[in-house]
Design a protein around this ligand. Structure first.
Ligand code: NIG
Ligand code: FE
Length: 428
């Protein structure tokens, strides 16, 4: 954990490969997704939590300020390791109490996700335990997940509620996120996902529940400033297109940003949802051709979640190449949750993106840094290593950046810098 006696200045020296991801603060599309701003034999100087300079070490060490103040600067010898921007996990569901082992075994026995959900498993089966848990118990679990994410290179996490499904339990879930975030060195972006599924007690009266979400939950959460975004699960077995639009419209009306789970199992019409200016559309396994060209013209980021396809045992993965080649901005995220993706590891997700979605290692890194920052609308501060941006960096114990996605399920993250402070993970 951060050492309070650290100097406000930190120099990362002897970096073998520095991936700056420098460039305009806009989502990278098409061929630009390959542009990772690689500098060999590099150094990064941080001060006051920000990047002061990042570039070739020979140039950086000539800096007059650094030459006179070198003694004031804490130094980390990276010994030829690889440094990239802190990874940004732009889609997670960390507020749950128990793993879903019954669903896991049913799927092994051949049942499908939707079939299990319809038979009483799925999202609804995580709700009772969350309702029974205290805010303190939930925040401990959220913090444990955030720490596991940090260990593997992540410094920004979007965190959704969505297993409370009542005014009280959704508020409790968002408070648990806030409590955990206060004890975590990275940054957390909270999202209200009250419209995850219709809770049991509504007996299938989805419109009634949507009314509750729009007229009670969203206004209250906005008033308490507990979330930055509102999300909705728009799919078969969850909410219809019309219901989803109502949720997003209510979010916007109350000053929240919007994002949506769409096209995981069935295609949605994205045009009407785009009216609500979503920062991201997430999953995107089955997108219609006319929607691909629509997205290529807009700013909404498609967040692909291959951890869910992997864990559900799907043969198919989102068609990243089709989206990239059409010019749709893409990001990657873990989708950390108990039902479809219980992994905190962005490097594992990047590996899946390479092996199953044919993204290159460079594309996977850009999709997990600058484009993920765009998916959270934080690209002015996060996602690349350039003077003025937040000094969030992941140091990997590899010689070549392509190894980050290559060594799958092997934790190669050696050290983290968050807001200019060394985390001291003790793994170097
Ligand atoms: O992103 N698709 C909706 N929500 C989650 C699954 C949550 C769960 O099964 O608990 C997802 O995959
Ligand atoms: Fe999700």
């Amino acid at each position: 954990m951060p050492n309070s006696t650290q100097s406000p200045y930190l120099l990362l020296a002897n970096i073998g490969q520095l991936l700056t991801l420098r460039g305009a603060n806009v989502p990278r599309r098409g061929r630009d997704l390959q542009e990772i701003g690689l500098i060999k034999d590099a150094a990064v100087l941080c001060g006051g939590g920000k990047i002061l300079a990042a570039g070739p070490q020979r140039e950086l060490l000539r800096d007059p300020w650094l030459r006179t103040n070198r003694k004031k600067v804490q130094e980390l010898d990276c010994r030829g390791q690889v440094v990239i921007p802190g990874l940004i996990d732009c889609h997670t569901h960390p507020v749950f109490a128990e793993p879903r082992l019954v669903d896991f075994e049913r799927r092994i026995g051949g049942a499908g996700y939707e079939e299990i959900a319809a038979a009483g498993g799925g999202i609804r089966s995580s709700v009772a335990a969350v309702r029974k848990s205290s805010r303190g118990e939930l925040s401990k679990k959220v913090l444990a997940a955030l720490n596991a994410m940090l260990e593997q290179g992540t410094s920004v996490v979007e965190a959704k509620s969505g297993y409370g499904l009542s005014v009280e339990d959704e508020i409790k879930s968002l408070q648990a996120i806030r409590d955990a975030a206060r004890q975590w060195p990275g940054e957390v972006v909270p999202t209200l996902l009250a419209a995850h599924v219709v809770p049991q007690e509504y007996g299938g009266k989805a419109d009634e529940y949507v009314k509750k979400v729009c007229e009670e939950m969203i206004p209250l959460v906005a008033k308490k400033k507990l979330a930055q975004y509102v999300d909705v699960f728009c799919d078969r077995g969850a909410f219809t297109q019309e219901q989803s639009e109502k949720v997003l419209a209510a979010g916007r009306k109350h000053g929240l940003g919007t994002r949506a789970h769409v096209c995981q199992f069935t295609a949605a019409k994205l045009k009407p949802l785009l009216e609500h200016q979503p920062a991201s559309f997430d999953h995107m396994d089955c997108v219609q051709p006319e929607d691909v060209s629509l997205l290529a013209r807009g700013e909404t980021v498609a967040v692909l979640l291959p951890g869910a396809n992997y864990f559900l045992g799907h043969k198919d993965f989102p068609d990243a190449r089709r989206l990239i080649d059409a010019g749709v901005p893409l990001a990657l995220a873990t989708d950390y949750n108990p039902g479809t993706s219980p992994t905190p590891s962005m490097p594992f997700v990047m590996s899946l993106a390479c092996t199953h979605m044919k993204m290159t290692p460079a594309e996977a890194i850009a999709a997990s840094t600058i484009n993920a920052a765009c998916a959270l609308r934080m690209q002015d501060r996060k996602g690349s290593l350039e003077a003025g941006k937040d000094a969030d960096m992941a140091i990997f114990d590899v010689k070549d950046y392509r190894e980050i996605a290559y060594w799958f399920a092997w934790d190669r993250c050696a050290e983290m810098v968050v807001a200019g402070k060394l985390m001291g993970l003790g793994k170097r």
